[in-house]
Design a protein around this ligand. Structure first.
Ligand code: ADP
Ligand code: MG
Length: 534
């Protein structure tokens, strides 16, 4: 019994332990940060990502890049996750969060080399992160919901350097107006804002519509193009004849039988449309199909109809118009109808859209993005979503901070002073944390072709002499008061980024054993080779 080998795990398991595991994970995380670094800031570059099916995405958005890259390494995946969290929590700052986490880990390596235990480093980082939150609470600027000018500047800062930049004034106006319209009781539900896209006109034609816009045309040319005082039916069952080829088999031996069958089907459709007419509706949005005969009957009744409306749009329509989505003909009655002042079809380029304006719910909004190509429209959409995120976050917290690296410099300075009150090893960790934050201003400088060391030195001396809003203004490449230069970001970008970056860095630091079962080879496949260490 005693000489029997103890088998814990199957033989084909892959395992990396101790220092190797740690360094391997750190390297992978650093590689992720290194990868997105060049896109940071207004002078950052874009990346072109080509999928296995040759679809192309051109973007400068950290979360999108990482998502498209299909990263496999487990530690690197954790970095991708914090970018996603940043995106869902704030909507912006995805590149920054990954960069800070990568730098925290890189700096941790220096401490590991000095034989400082990972748990001490993690503790120091945690203390530093908490101190940052405290400092942020102290120095953030309070704004009121009526500070439209500041909100617009926050919106514009998020768009600087993206394809949206050319029209950022206009976009900022749209974004602020939209968010303020749905802001209530310190709450904002960005799902109330529908984003629709139209290829053809220029991005400057992008518009905010109070109401819902569907990328659908009316099903028949004989229907009215404009309906005033719309009474709207929302149905999610088809208005069509049953397709005999698919659904059923019928055997017909005489022309009369065929006619009889068709008459029967026609009667069913007629009854359906009669039911719709009885409700006094003049608009029908149908989630499924509407066949020729039903179209004919609807047109004859002067009813405007769209078919194959997406489920998500049906839900938005219900919320906007106060109507109910009816799944069963027998439930259809006038009490289920929605209302809007106007439903009309409008053509943009080759495509027709249905506008539903003057909805019962004033929070129903649509931003219709116009643009020359799909790639541009998609990148504008990402910039707009960032911008919607930062404005709503600024409204919710009522707090903003200076951008251009100013806040990071000030946090670093105060952290270093604070660190002096700590014991030796923790102090070192807090110092490394501070220098990780400086990675943001130094990269902003580097990406703009400036000397990062010169920039950091000048920033440091300004902050030391009490200029807490000194940052790098990349509109004129000067180091100056960035609040005056109107480079402003939401407080939440920074609090979220610091807490997620610290969490992931500490989590990766604490791992000293990676065990990958062979069934999940991919888990190890993405691991960098040890030879990649420098
Ligand atoms: P992220 O994905 O982290 O939001 P961005 O590429 O959007 O990355 O860059 C954000 C950084 O760019 C922030 O640190 C912000 O303060 C900075 N920034 C934005 N506009 C300017 C500007 N005009 N001058 C200097 N820095 C700016
Ligand atoms: Mg950004």
């Amino acid at each position: 019994m005693a000489d029997k080998p103890v088998v814990l795990m199957p033989e084909d398991i892959q395992r990396i332990m101790g220092k190797d595991a740690q360094r391997n994970n750190i390297l992978a995380a650093r590689m992720v940060a290194e990868m997105v670094k060049t896109t940071l800031g207004p002078k950052g570059m874009d990346k072109m990502l080509v999928s296995p099916t040759n679809e192309i995405v051109i973007t400068n958005d950290g979360a999108t890049i990482l998502e498209e890259m299909q990263i496999e390494h487990p530690a690197a995946k954790m970095m991708v996750d914090i970018a996603k969290t940043q995106d869902s929590e704030v909507g912006d700052g995805t590149t920054s969060v990954v960069m800070i986490a990568g730098k925290l880990l890189e700096n941790a390596e220096r401490l590991l080399d000095k034989k400082i235990h990972p748990t001490i480093i993690a503790k120091g980082y945690k203390i530093a992160a908490e101190k940052c939150q405290e400092i942020l609470n102290e120095i953030a600027l309070r704004i009121s919901p009526d500070d439209d000018l500041i909100l617009k500047q926050v919106a514009m800062t998020a768009m600087t350097g993206k394809s949206a930049e050319g029209s950022k004034e206009k976009f900022a106006e749209i974004v602020v107006k939209a968010v303020k319209q749905i802001y209530h009781d310190k709450k904002v539900d960005l799902n109330d804002i529908k984003i629709e896209k139209s290829k053809g006109e220029g991005i400057a034609d992008t518009e905010l519509i109070s109401g819902i816009v569907l990328d659908k045309e009316k099903v028949s040319n004989d229907m009215p193009t404009v309906v005033n005082s719309a009474k709207i039916v929302l149905i999610d069952f088809p208005l069509e004849l049953k397709n005999p080829e698919i659904d059923t088999k019928i055997s017909i031996s005489t022309p009369e039988q065929l006619q009889g069958f068709l008459n029967q089907e026609e009667r069913t459709i007629k009854e359906m449309i009669m039911k719709v007419k009885e409700t006094n509706a003049n608009v029908v949005f149908c989630q499924k199909g509407i066949d020729d005969f039903a179209q004919y009957l609807l047109s004859k009744a002067g009813i405007y109809a769209c078919r194959r409306v997406a489920r998500s749009d049906m839900e938005k329509l219900a919320k906007a118009t106060g109507g109910k989505i009816v799944s069963n003909l027998s439930e259809l009655s006038s009490s289920e109808l929605g209302n809007a002042e106007l439903v009309e079809e409008i053509k943009h380029g080759n495509d027709s859209f249905t506008y539903i304006r003057g909805c019962r719910n004033p929070k129903a909004l649509t931003i219709l993005i116009h643009g020359g190509t799909g790639h541009i429209i998609d990148e504008i959409e990402r910039a707009l979503r960032d911008s919607l995120g930062v404005v709503s976050s600024s409204l919710k917290t009522g707090l903003v901070v200076p951008g251009g690296g100013a806040i990071e410099m000030e946090l670093a300075r105060r952290l270093r002073i604070f660190g002096q009150s700590l014991s030796g090893r923790e102090q070192l960790a807090v110092e490394e944390f501070a220098s990780a934050l400086e990675f943001i201003p130094s990269t902003l400088a580097e990406n703009a072709g400036l000397d990062p060391i010169d920039v950091l030195t000048e920033l440091k001396s300004k902050h030391d002499s009490g200029d807490k809003n000194a940052g790098l203004n990349l509109f004129n490449n000067k180091i100056e008061n960035v609040l005056e230069a109107r480079i402003i970001e939401p407080y939440k970008i920074k609090t979220q980024a610091i807490s997620s970056a610290t969490e992931v860095a500490n989590m990766i630091l604490r791992i000293d054993d990676v065990i990958a079962s062979s069934g999940k080879k991919s888990g190890m496949k993405g691991m960098p080779q040890m030879s990649e260490f420098d």
